[in-house]
Design a protein around this ligand. Structure first.
Ligand code: GSH
Length: 306
């Protein structure tokens, strides 16, 4: 067991986890798979993250990466396999991923909740509390407009492929493809009337098959207790960094909180290790996880000195 293995904390039905699983497939990586609960509490996960509960989270040794945006850049920096940002298109990929999260995942989450009669009450109750953009009472009335938003988003993917290119940025697959594929995958598996929604989108369907063919790399199961053993017996490899033009103006080692600016806004508290235009990281200590550094993307997170 190597302390530098990629460990993904996730569950099968998560579309955000699917983005990362596909990225691991593109890179043909071997990785360890820790299954986390679909609903709170998630004590083994939050021991690592300090409170962040979203899915997925990636761990490498004593470094814990929250949010698919941050996970993608870290996976890319590992250097193995093809780049997730071919042609140095990291900015473009990030913008397309953010568009997909807003225009496809948000209505898709509403449709998954609102059209799936079989979801257990425990999941419905957890998600309606978590997704503060969804109103349980009025959801049935919102369904037609959610279907319309989702279908309009799918059309954009079809349009991006209009010149019969293989992938969204051209001939080479990228993080933009993984990010847009995840809600399509969610639609097929979690949304009623998926076939109806996907009608008349031939380029999208062919692209979907190409994306599916990447698979998920080579996962092997790991228990959460093993992952905690790894974090507590290794040291973070994070290099401290404070960009001169980073906001807010804080010094390294200052105690801060980092909080998602959208839903699931649980603050994570720790000593500032990195603050740049791209990332923020805090060091924290946990009885079971040990001394860990928790990494977030800079965009979409509020950083506050205490
Ligand atoms: N911005 C986050 C969003 C992640 C997200 O919303 N994940 C959903 C699952 S697909 C989630 O956390 N659901 C609640 C949970 O798993 O507890 C990212 O890119 O990773």
């Amino acid at each position: 067991m190597s302390s530098q293995e990629v460990i993904l904390h996730h569950f099968d039905a998560s579309p955000f986890a699917e983005k990362v699983r596909v990225a691991l497939g593109i890179k043909e990586l071997s990785w360890r798979s820790v299954e986390i609960p679909m609903v709170m509490p998630k004590p083994d996960l939050t021991a690592l993250t300090g409170g962040y509960r979203k899915t997925p989270v990636m761990q490498i040794g004593a470094d814990v990466f929250c949010d698919t945006q941050r996970i993608a850049t870290e996976l890319n920096d590992l250097g193995a396999g093809p780049s997730l940002f071919p042609g140095d298109n990291q900015g473009l990929c990030a913008v397309i991923a953010a568009w997909s999260d807003a225009s496809l995942f948000i209505p898709g989450a509403g449709l998954a909740m609102g059209t799936n009669q079989d979801l257990p009450e425990a999941i419905l109750a957890d998600r309606f509390a978590f997704f503060d953009f969804l109103d349980r009472k009025s959801l049935p009335q919102q369904l037609p407009s959610l279907f319309a938003r989702f279908r309009a988003g799918l059309q954009r993917i079809e349009d991006m492929l209009a010149d019969e290119r293989s992938f969204l940025l051209g001939d080479t697959v990228s993080w933009a493809d993984a990010s847009c594929y995840a809600p399509v995958w969610m639609c097929r598996s979690n949304i009623a009337h998926a076939d109806e929604l996907m009608k008349n989108l031939p380029l999208l369907e062919a692209w979907e098959q190409r994306m599916k063919a990447f698979g998920h790399g080579r996962p092997t199961v790991m228990k959460a207790s093993e992952a905690l053993k790894i974090s507590s017996s290794t040291h973070s490899l994070a290099r401290p960094l404070l960009d001169v033009d980073a906001w807010p103006k804080l010094e390294l080692d200052r105690v801060v909180t980092v909080t998602p600016e959208d839903y699931g806004a649980v603050p994570v508290r720790g000593r500032l290790v990195r603050l740049s235009q791209y990332d923020v990281a805090v060091a924290r200590s946990d009885e079971r996880a040990g001394e860990v550094v928790v990494h977030f993307p800079r965009a979409g997170y509020r950083v506050e000195g205490l």
